[in-house]
Write a protein that binds this ligand. Structure first.
Ligand code: SF4
Length: 72
Protein backbone atom coordinates (compact mmCIF):
# COMPACT_ATOMS: atom_id res chain seq x y z
CA UNK A 1 0.00 0.00 0.00
CA UNK A 2 1.18 3.48 -0.82
CA UNK A 3 0.00 6.93 0.18
CA UNK A 4 0.01 10.23 -1.67
CA UNK A 5 -1.35 13.68 -0.88
CA UNK A 6 -2.67 16.63 -2.84
CA UNK A 7 -1.25 19.68 -1.11
CA UNK A 8 -3.62 21.93 -3.07
CA UNK A 9 -6.51 20.32 -1.18
CA UNK A 10 -4.86 20.35 2.26
CA UNK A 11 -6.33 22.85 4.75
CA UNK A 12 -3.64 22.29 7.39
CA UNK A 13 -5.92 20.68 9.96
CA UNK A 14 -3.20 18.35 11.22
CA UNK A 15 -5.57 15.42 11.71
CA UNK A 16 -3.43 13.13 9.58
CA UNK A 17 -0.37 13.85 11.72
CA UNK A 18 -2.35 12.98 14.84
CA UNK A 19 -3.60 9.71 13.32
CA UNK A 20 -0.38 8.57 11.64
CA UNK A 21 2.61 10.61 12.86
CA UNK A 22 5.18 8.30 11.29
CA UNK A 23 3.62 8.79 7.86
CA UNK A 24 2.52 12.44 7.80
CA UNK A 25 4.07 15.72 8.88
CA UNK A 26 3.27 19.38 8.39
CA UNK A 27 5.56 21.82 6.63
CA UNK A 28 7.04 24.36 9.05
CA UNK A 29 6.59 27.11 6.46
CA UNK A 30 2.94 26.75 5.48
CA UNK A 31 1.58 23.92 7.69
CA UNK A 32 0.56 21.93 4.64
CA UNK A 33 0.84 18.16 4.75
CA UNK A 34 4.08 16.36 3.85
CA UNK A 35 4.45 12.60 3.43
CA UNK A 36 7.31 11.18 5.47
CA UNK A 37 6.84 7.60 4.29
CA UNK A 38 5.29 6.73 0.92
CA UNK A 39 5.37 2.92 1.09
CA UNK A 40 3.45 1.73 4.12
CA UNK A 41 4.02 -1.17 6.46
CA UNK A 42 1.03 -3.47 7.05
CA UNK A 43 0.77 -2.27 10.63
CA UNK A 44 0.19 1.26 9.32
CA UNK A 45 -2.64 0.45 6.89
CA UNK A 46 -5.52 1.04 9.30
CA UNK A 47 -4.23 4.33 10.71
CA UNK A 48 -3.54 5.71 7.24
CA UNK A 49 -6.97 4.64 5.97
CA UNK A 50 -8.49 6.40 8.96
CA UNK A 51 -6.43 9.52 8.25
CA UNK A 52 -7.71 9.51 4.65
CA UNK A 53 -11.30 9.09 5.80
CA UNK A 54 -11.07 11.91 8.34
CA UNK A 55 -9.12 14.38 6.19
CA UNK A 56 -11.38 17.44 5.85
CA UNK A 57 -9.75 18.41 2.55
CA UNK A 58 -10.01 14.91 1.04
CA UNK A 59 -6.32 15.35 0.26
CA UNK A 60 -5.05 11.85 1.06
CA UNK A 61 -5.13 8.91 -1.35
CA UNK A 62 -4.10 5.36 -0.50
CA UNK A 63 -3.48 2.73 -3.19
CA UNK A 64 -2.00 -0.72 -3.36
CA UNK A 65 -2.61 -4.41 -2.92
CA UNK A 66 -5.17 -3.97 -0.20
CA UNK A 67 -8.63 -2.71 -1.17
CA UNK A 68 -7.92 0.95 -1.88
CA UNK A 69 -9.79 3.78 -0.25
CA UNK A 70 -9.38 7.44 -0.97
CA UNK A 71 -10.31 10.59 0.78
CA UNK A 72 -12.13 11.70 -2.35
S1 SF4 B 1 -5.79 15.81 7.50
FE1 SF4 B 1 -5.92 16.47 5.36
S2 SF4 B 1 -6.28 18.68 5.47
FE2 SF4 B 1 -5.52 18.04 7.48
S3 SF4 B 1 -3.27 18.36 7.38
FE3 SF4 B 1 -3.69 16.23 6.78
S4 SF4 B 1 -3.85 16.28 4.52
FE4 SF4 B 1 -4.07 18.38 5.28
Amino acid sequence: MQVSVDRDRCCSSGLCVMNAPAVFDQDDRDSLVMVRQIVLLPAQFDEVRLAAELCPGRAITVTGDEPARTGA
